[in-house]
Ligand binder design. Structure first.
Ligand code: SAM
Length: 518
């Protein structure tokens, strides 16, 4: 693509979403743009640019589709134990105590950039655990995101075991029930959580909030948009209200009027107690009734933009010496983690988009797969296949697509085709394992997993899966043996390496998960 036009797209995306496209992601961005151009049957990237820049219903609809390709939605329940511990032991008890003292039994918490909802539900569960008579309170946990596919999943509240990888099993049992092999959030939790679409850069914000969590969102943002959103967050909070971001996400950013609190597990940002309350948005702002929201958005937006730039202060000018050292330690500890996490999330998102330009059809199929348009994806993949017979990647993709549609016979057929081309690859074997498990063929699944281990004795996920199968049939000895081999192999790896287990997990996280699973 013409470099000037590419820069225009990058600017347009930043202005609309706040997202910063890094230079190493330019190729991937071009591919995504071309996927949309092809899908819309447009004749040039210029035409697509005009469409996006249009500020009308058609452009809004198209942004919705492009955003699904641009955003990284990785999340899970009770993510980051340190921060969640801080919320449970310090921040939430402080909020609850002050509400009780003022006899105002009302709490409003906002998970901004909530993705598929795990963070919002985790907060709801924590609040219900901390307030025994929560039914007597007016409690609202808002979950908002820009990605409609993620929000649909959040509203459904049905999750696979993988979302629970670091959750206390008792909490899972108390607040979820099994539903067709997955886990459905209990109604009592659901009823205090509401989800809606808020674009942090473009839209108006809700107000009178006690606590905002906006974690793992700013890592993808341009600095200038972080400042804008911070200012809006500030105005959304009640006096004394808290903002928690991911670790090191605001490092080097102007914090406006926020005060920084350095606590053992993380930094948190607070709106001062003694300031003039400046919140001009009505509490009753109907952010979740879409029609009214659409009408009021532009008004709110112009109000928000009219706030003048606040005095810029940095961590260092706010902190005393003791806190400065703590700040440095925290920065060192978390900054490294964050870099790896970004790399992992971005790599995962782009995994299916790494094909060369000539593989557009396959790329489109992978994109359709990502947005769960399985039937359309199959059509594209089969088109690709007719042009490129005997291609491992497409057989593998077709196998996954058919498996997701529950068409196991076709899926098995394509797995076997893939194996025929590359018998050393473990990927199709893992899919066959899933199919065998889905069909209740546990013996078959075990044989396949042993085959994976035979192909590659370092395949940690195979030991873990095999261990789970043994555990399910109460063969504790073998289950333990498999887990121990997995742990032994894991402990030889750098803690930040990513293991291809259920979409990708850091070695340290997987060790924690296995060691916690007794
Ligand atoms: C990695 S997820 C974080 C989920 C959760 N907060 C957590 O920490 O596990 C980042 C989310 O931010 C959302 N996001 C990105 N840009 C946004 C914007 N401008 N407005 C609202 N949400 C946005 C993405 O759609 C994505 O779901």
């Amino acid at each position: 693509m013409n470099p000037n036009l590419l820069q225009n797209f990058i600017q347009l995306i930043a202005d609309y979403t706040g997202l910063h496209i890094r230079e190493q992601d330019y190729d991937s961005l071009c591919k995504k743009i071309f996927v949309r151009i092809k899908s819309l049957k447009l004749s040039s990237p210029e035409q697509y640019y005009q469409l996006l820049a249009g500020q009308n219903k058609t452009s809004k609809d198209e942004w919705e589709k492009l955003i699904i390709l641009l955003t990284v939605t990785e999340t899970y329940f009770f993510r980051d134990r340190g921060q969640l511990g801080l919320l449970k032991n310090v921040i939430l008890p402080e909020i609850i105590k002050s509400k009780m003292a003022s006899k105002e039994k009302k709490i409003k918490i906002w998970s901004a950039g909530c993705s598929t909802g795990e963070e919002a539900y985790s907060l709801a569960i924590m609040v219900q655990e901390l307030i025994p008579d929560w039914q007597e309170w007016d409690i609202l946990i808002l979950g908002t995101d820009i990605n409609e596919v993620a929000l649909t999943k959040a509203k459904q509240g049905v999750y696979s075991n993988w979302s629970f990888r670091l959750i206390d099993r008792q909490i899972q049992k108390n607040y979820f029930y099994e539903f067709q092999g997955e886990w459905q959030v209990e109604e009592q939790v659901k009823k205090i959580v509401k989800f809606g679409n808020i674009n942090l850069v473009q839209d108006g914000f809700p107000s009178y909030i006690d606590l905002i969590l906006c974690r793992n969102v700013f890592i993808y943002f341009e600095a200038k948009h972080i400042s804008l959103v911070m200012q809006k967050f500030y105005n959304s909070l009640l006096k004394g209200g808290y903002l928690m971001t991911g670790h090191a996400e605001l490092y080097g950013q102007p914090l406006g009027k926020f005060k920084v609190k350095v606590l053992s597990e993380s930094l948190v940002y607070q709106r001062g107690q003694d300031e003039q309350y400046e919140n001009y948005l009505a509490d009753s702002l109907p952010i979740f009734t879409d029609k009214r929201m659409a009408n009021e958005k532009s008004l709110e937006y112009s109000l928000i933009n009219s706030i003048s730039e606040r005095k810029i202060s940095t961590y260092y000018s706010i902190c005393d010496d003791a806190n400065k050292q703590a700040l440095l330690d925290l920065k060192q500890k978390f900054y490294q983690d964050k870099k790896h996490e970004i790399a992992r999330e971005v790599t995962q998102k782009n995994r299916d988009l790494q094909s060369s330009q000539s593989d557009k059809l396959l790329l489109e199929a992978a994109e359709l797969f990502a947005v769960k348009a399985y039937t359309d994806a199959i059509r594209k993949a089969e088109d690709f296949l007719s042009l490129n017979p005997k291609n491992f990647r497409v057989y593998n993709l077709l196998a996954q697509l058919y498996a997701n549609l529950g068409k196991y016979e076709r899926a098995t057929f394509y797995c076997n085709q893939a194996i025929e081309i590359n018998s050393a690859s473990v990927e199709p074997f893992y899919l066959l394992v899933n199919i065998a498990e889905e069909q209740g063929d546990i013996e078959g699944a075990k044989i396949l997993l042993k085959r994976v281990i035979y192909l590659d004795p370092q395949e940690i996920p195979a030991y873990i899966e095999l261990g789970s199968l043994y555990a399910a049939e109460k063969n504790i000895l073998r289950a333990k043996k498999m887990k121990n081999i997995a742990l032994e192999l894991l402990k030889k790896l750098p803690v930040d390496d990513i293991i291809k287990y259920k979409g990708g997990i850091k070695v340290s996280e997987l060790i924690e998960y296995l060691e916690a699973d007794t």
